[in-house]
Ligand binder design. Structure first.
Ligand code: NAD
Length: 341
């Protein structure tokens, strides 16, 4: 099948070309982001492959449908940038890669925790400068800490198991609790307010949905332990960044580690080192000594890339052969209200 890939980098091309030897699809790689302006590039491609910051809103989908696209293959787990309702109306199927390596993301969350706690980014630069002072590098033992896990799905569960191994207690919050979470030693579900009030570290692993948009806001930050550490490797929109900046300034948030940022589509996955960044909020965030930002790299391991390519190409083959789509993201209309029945 002819597939138009958007937002591709050298590593995407390499992993997909290697794995495609087993699938024989016709792959065309574009560097540009998918949106209503670039959708024209996909003319006559029955399948379009997109990544986390590509936009498949109603306007883009209308163009794709009019040009003959029938399948959107996300090479990511998250699908928050696809208008599923419009896709369904247009008869465009949407498939994704629900799991490619929960270990990659969970391990990156741990990397952020360790680097922030022991200030490894500062220590590394100091030693390279022949500055061997320990002033300002004081950390704390993770052993004995309470860690809150918001979202105990695939990634949240791996994260919880890793954290349990460090001797921490775990508090979980999930809209759909998973019995396996409470099978982990020292792990229990609590209401969100209890998790906020009692966690030394909170790590977000739930999807970005209308219910979870700005889950971390002025009100929830006010309930947190003073000096706590907040980690977000999930989606930027889970956090109200301006409220978090206030939380950092007041000392409520003692450490912030993020791999995702609400306005990341303007910044991430490109080299802007010669550019004047126009996003003042991002620049302010970067200026704090207790903030560590990585640019959506949590998924980025060799193993994950190979799994992403294999699942994506296999999703496309299923569609081409008219088989049931194991990894379809189907639109679910909101439940009717009583008045509407
Ligand atoms: P998953 O679907 O296995 O787990 C998500 C969990 O969140 C589920 O247990 C679900 O019940 C829970 N949840 C749903 N609504 C909730 C709510 N309102 N409050 C609390 N919990 C809620 O997903 P996953 O594979 O573990 O991935 C989690 C998220 O990680 C994805 O949605 C994606 O946004 C993000 N992610 C980021 C990267 C990265 O590179 N930074 C890579 C992959 C995934």
């Amino acid at each position: 099948m002819k597939v138009a890939f958007f937002s591709t980098k050298s590593y995407d091309r390499q992993s997909f070309e290697e794995v495609n030897v087993n699938y024989n699809h016709e792959l065309t790689f574009f560097d540009v982001q998918l949106n209503a302006k670039t959708a024209v590039l996909a003319a006559e491609f029955p399948a379009v492959c997109m990544f986390v910051n590509d936009i498949a809103d109603a306007a883009t989908l209308d163009i794709l449908a009019s040009q003959g696209t029938h399948l959107i293959a996300l090479r990511s787990a998250g699908f928050n940038t696809v208008d599923l309702e419009r896709a369904s109306e247009l008869g465009i199927k949407v498939v994704r890669v629900p799991a490619y390596s929960p270990y990659a993301v969970a391990e990156h969350a741990l990397a952020l925790i360790l680097a922030l706690n022991r200030k490894l980014y500062r220590a590394y630069n100091r030693v390279r400068d022949d500055n061997f002072s320990l002033e300002g590098l004081l950390g704390f033992d993770l052993h004995g800490c309470t860690v809150g896990v918001v979202g105990t799905g695939k990634i949240g569960m791996v994260f919880a198991q890793i954290i349990q191994g460090l001797g921490c207690s775990l508090l979980g919050y999930d809209a759909y609790p998973n019995p396996q979470f409470e099978a982990i030693a020292n792990a229990r579900y609590v209401p969100l307010s209890e998790l906020l009030a009692n966690s030394d570290i909170i790590s977000l692993h739930c999807p970005l949905l209308s219910e979870t948009h700005h889950l971390i806001n002025a009100e929830t930050i006010a309930q947190m332990k003073p000096g706590m550490m907040l980690i977000n490797t999930s989606r930027g929109g889970l956090i109200d960044t301006l409220a978090v900046i206030q939380g950092i300034k007041s000392g409520k948030i003692g450490y912030l580690g993020i791999d995702v940022y609400e306005q990341e589509d303007e910044l991430f996955f490109q080299d802007l080192s010669d550019t004047v960044i126009q996003d003042d909020t991002f620049q302010l965030l970067q200026s704090f000594p207790n903030v560590m930002i990585t640019a959506h790299q949590a998924f980025f391991t060799r193993d994950a890339l190979e799994n992403i390519a294999t699942t994506t190409l296999s999703n496309i083959t299923e569609f081409e052969q008219g088989q049931p789509l194991k990894n379809e993201v189907a639109y679910q209309a909101p439940a009717p209200t009583k008045a509407g029945v």
